[in-house]
Design a protein around this ligand. Sequence first.
Ligand SMILES: [Cu+2]
Length: 79
Amino acid sequence: MVNAIIRWEITMKEETIRIDGMSCGGCVNSVKKALEHLPLERAPDVEIGSARVEYDEAELSHDQIIAAIEDAGFDVPVK
Ligand SMILES: [Cu+2]
C-alpha cells in the first residue's frame, strides 16, 4: 500500500496535449476514440484543440499518446 502511493507520486503524470486539426465535435470523438484503448488512469478530457490526460509513466509513455492522436489524423505541434 505504501509502495503503491510512493510509486504514484513518481510515475503519475497529468498533462494537457495541444492538438491541431480539430474543428468540431466529430474531431473530439475521433480523439476520444483514439485514446480509448490506451491504459490511461481515467477518461481523457478532450475538447477542440486539446486533450487532458492522466497516466502512469510505468505503463504508458507520452510518445505513445502522441502517436495514437497522430494515427487518428491530427497533429501535435509541441512534442
Ligand atoms: Cu471535426
